[in-house]
Design a protein around this ligand. Structure first.
Ligand SMILES: *Cc1c(COP(=O)(O)O)cnc(C)c1O
Length: 262
């Protein structure tokens, strides 16, 4: 577990129907968080926290907010996609009391941004909740640059900032959904520079065994020396960025200029 955040993951704890956990059972998790003053970020995920009752969500958030060193609460939920009518004004009024609170949703295809889903996202954004989205790269579903670009642009229009694109986990039964890492890189290359930077999520592989998320980036650097960095932009044009030269006399600033020879 990282030093600065703790993931209170109901999935790992195998708690069954989370509506049946009593606050007394959750108390051990709250006590852990109280004792670990280095934890400043708590993520409620696994199962789906927004499927809990309003009362239970209110109790859990209130209890977390009573712990002074917890700075932010994050909720991971597919409810805005799969059950948008669950995002009621009453639920939004509860969540609003516990800022700073962030919600990460999960959309994989632009067609999932139905009018009902967009309305639900709007209700969450209206109570000041910053919204992010995690997307899984799925063969035959969204392993296509145009589909992904439309998804990211529609998310932004629905007030959601794309956050992660994941490679599909290497789990049994998911093989037919898996595609190559190169396809993910191709998608990022098709977004960066070609649409709003806000529409470009981090492309990551979630390393097994708690290894964390490892970012993958298309290669834009051709070479780096002490003198200069040679780069290619999104359109393939070459640029040279001059490194600072510590031991030379002050000189006029030079422009960061394209190299004529492509
Ligand atoms: C994704 C994840 C987090 C959160 O990661 P951020 O990069 O901080 O959003 C925390 N714990 C686990 C186990 C995760 O998989």
């Amino acid at each position: 577990m990282g030093a600065s955040y703790c993931r209170f993951c109901t999935r790992r704890r195998k708690v069954g129907d989370p509506n049946k956990i009593s606050m007394r059972e959750l108390e051990s998790a709250f006590r852990y968080l109280e004792e670990h003053t280095e934890v400043r970020d708590v993520i409620l995920s696994g199962g789906d926290p927004l499927l809990l009752s309003d009362r239970r969500i209110d109790e859990i958030c209130r209890r977390l907010r009573a712990i002074g060193h917890i700075e932010i609460i994050r909720i991971g939920s597919r409810v805005p996609c799969h059950l948008p009518e669950r995002i009621t004004p009453a639920l939004c009024a509860i969540l609003k009391q516990y800022h700073p609170l962030y919600i990460n949703t999960h959309f994989n295809h632009p067609d999932e941004l139905t009018p009902a889903a967009v309305d639900a996202l709007g209700r969450l954004a209206d109570v000041g909740i910053p919204l992010g989205c995690q997307t899984v790269l799925l063969k035959g579903v969204n392993d296509d640059t145009e589909v992904m670009k439309r998804l990211m642009q529609r998310l932004l229009a629905a007030r959601v900032r794309p956050y992660y694109i994941y490679m599909c986990d290497q789990v049994a039964g998911a093989e037919h959904f898996r595609t190559t890492v190169e396809k993910g890189l191709e998608i990022i290359r098709a977004l960066r520079g070609w649409t709003s930077g806000l529409a470009v999520p981090h492309f990551v592989i979630d390393a097994p065994g708690g290894g964390g998320k490892i970012p993958l980036l298309p290669e834009y650097v051709e070479s780096i020396t002490d003198d200069a960095v040679v780069l290619r932009n999104y359109a393939g044009q070459r640029y040279v960025y001059r490194q600072p030269q510590p031991d030379t006399a002050p000189q006029a600033p030079t422009e960061f200029e394209p190299v004529l020879a492509g």
